[in-house]
Design a protein around this ligand. Structure first.
Ligand code: SAJ
Length: 485
């Protein structure tokens, strides 16, 4: 009965001491905002003292952020709460016992990209550590992106087994998915609406109390824990679906010999009350740690929570996984466009030198997680091409799984290339000069394959290139301008 929990929470009074597990790009800003909020006495940032990330403990306690990249306001806020004594980072998980609320923001990356299953190990370890020191009346909140059913299922079971307490009676349990993007972490937490879902009403109310104190323009949206899990996975599934819709239209436009960007502008022009057309941008593929996996979280959720009650067209694949298939096809399509352009110049993939421009999964970023450039790179090499990769943002020394020879020397990568393939819309590539690129390639008719609509087809075709572009059915069949080097 939740009356027991109600009275336990009443005895505790307002939330004063908070614990945050996971000192990463989600946990750190959340911990600092909690520490800076009125009514908070102390926030513990819990961090394992492991060889790979234990360094963060001393760094954070010195008021230095371990996060890469620019995060407006975060450095100052960290210094403020450390000197005010309202935030400290510790590997001592026993301090959970003194917390009124504990949140877990621990990543759930792919265990293996091939089997599309998430690795819950780090999250499970965090939940265990909370359970071992959990005291009655505490609120536990999962912020990680998880398969629907995890909060009320696996997380609840582990917490109860480790603590001997009962969720919903002795402690409150909720899910509050994060919606932060690097470069705007603090702003996102303060300004985005926040879905907050408990396993019961009392848990939801306690979680609403916790998150209301860090929101400024954002509103708390209360719901059940499972609804909050489905919301997070669905919001990314829908974005992936929208991208797949425009990618499929781009493939159609190429087949019909028309320009997808004309059609896109036409479709987007339909406006008026109640009319929406969220037309996104076609491209060389979809990468990142959100859209590539959240669809599979949602699919697993419905399979685990409602397999017998799901009414769906017999034999039809899920629209959502179909969308994933279309987006994952785009690097394959890029290879076929490359092959076609090389053939127009009398060459084959076998033995060709390819300059692959862009390893990051997103424009003007160093983030290369699940980049669509990687499957292209593997397939092109398997077809016998030599592939050299350029990216001005990705640091070969620190980024995971970078290809051998990843370089920041653009002219060096272009030297001697038979084909130039653009995978990321980095601003550096919008200024490429065809004559200079052709001179560097050193052949009469290099190929240019534009995966992000960064070059002007006519200018490059006039300069003697064999041009191909995603969705450019109006240009992909051009004749080659014969000219000597
Ligand atoms: N992409 C396209 N066409 C588009 C938009 C994106 O091909 O029109 C590709 C990008 O090149 C990239 C991938 O999709 O490879 C993902 O791009 P993204 O802009 O969705 O960036 P993410 O993966 O960082 O998505 C995050 C998500 N935010 C959170 O999970 C809190 C997502 O929910 C946001 O909608 C997205 O940022 C955003 O809108 O910026």
């Amino acid at each position: 009965m939740t009356t027991n929990l109600t009275s336990l929470i009443k005895q505790r009074g307002p939330i004063r001491t908070i614990g945050v597990f996971g000192m990463g790009y989600v946990g750190i800003p959340a911990a600092l905002l909690f520490a800076n909020a009125p009514g908070t006495e102390h926030v513990y940032g819990f961090q394992r003292d492991s060889p790979t990330s234990g360094y963060k403990i001393a760094m954070l306690n010195r008021g230095e952020s371990p996060l890469k990249g620019e995060e407006p306001g975060l450095g100052d806020l960290l210094k403020k709460v450390v000197s005010a004594g309202t935030f400290s980072c510790t590997p001592d998980f026993s301090k959970v016992a003194g917390c009124d609320a504990v949140t877990l923001a621990i990543q759930t990356p792919f265990r293996d990209k091939k089997d599309l299953l998430p690795d819950f190990t780090p999250l499970i370890e965090g939940i265990r550590n909370v359970g071992r020191h959990l005291t009655p009346g505490t609120l536990v909140v999962l912020e990680s992106t998880i398969t629907p059913g995890t909060t009320a299922g696996m997380a609840r079971e582990i917490l109860e087994a480790e603590s001997g307490l009962v969720a919903g009676e002795d402690f409150a349990l909720a899910h509050a998915p994060e919606r932060v993007m690097v470069g705007r972490l603090l702003r996102n937490i303060r300004e985005h609406d926040r879905c907050v879902g408990g396993i019961d009403e009392v848990s939801t109310r306690r979680a609403v109390e916790l998150y209301s104190r860090v929101l400024t323009t954002g509103q708390v949206i209360p719901m059940t824990a499972t609804a909050a899990e489905v919301t997070k996975t669905a919001e990314n599934t829908f974005r992936d679906l929208q991208i797949a819709a425009i990618n499929q239209l781009a493939l159609y436009c190429e087949a019909m010999g028309i320009n997808v960007y004309d059609v896109r502008a036409g479709v987007a022009s339909l406006k008026g009350e109640g009319i929406t057309r969220a037309v996104l941008w076609p491209g060389a593929g979809v990468g990142g740690h959100c859209l590539t996996k959240d669809t599979y979280h949602l699919e697993r959720g419905v399979q685990q929570l409602g397999p017998d009650d799901l009414d769906y067209p017999t034999g039809r694949e899920s629209l959502y996984t179909l969308a994933r298939g279309i987006n994952d096809f785009m690097p394959v399509h890029m290879l076929r466009l490359t092959e076609s352009a090389l053939a127009q110049a009398g060459k084959t993939l076998e033995g060709a030198k390819i300059a692959l421009l862009g390893w990051a999964f997103i424009n003007d970023s160093d983030d290369a997680r699940n980049t669509p450039s990687e499957p292209f790179y593997e397939m092109a090499r398997a077809a016998g091409a030599e592939v050299r990769v350029h990216d001005p943002w990705v640091d070969p020394a620190t980024a995971p799984d970078v290809p051998a020879g990843l370089s920041r020397d653009l002219e060096g990568v272009l030297e001697g290339a038979d084909a130039v393939v653009v995978f990321a819309g980095h601003k550096e590539y919008r200024g490429l000069v065809p004559a200079r690129v052709r001179e560097l390639c050193g052949c009469a008719h290099p190929a240019i394959i534009d995966g992000r609509n960064v070059v002007n087809p006519d200018v490059w075709i006039d300069a003697g290139f064999a041009y191909r572009g995603i969705g450019r059915g109006d240009k992909n069949r051009h004749i080659i301008e014969k000219m000597a080097l």
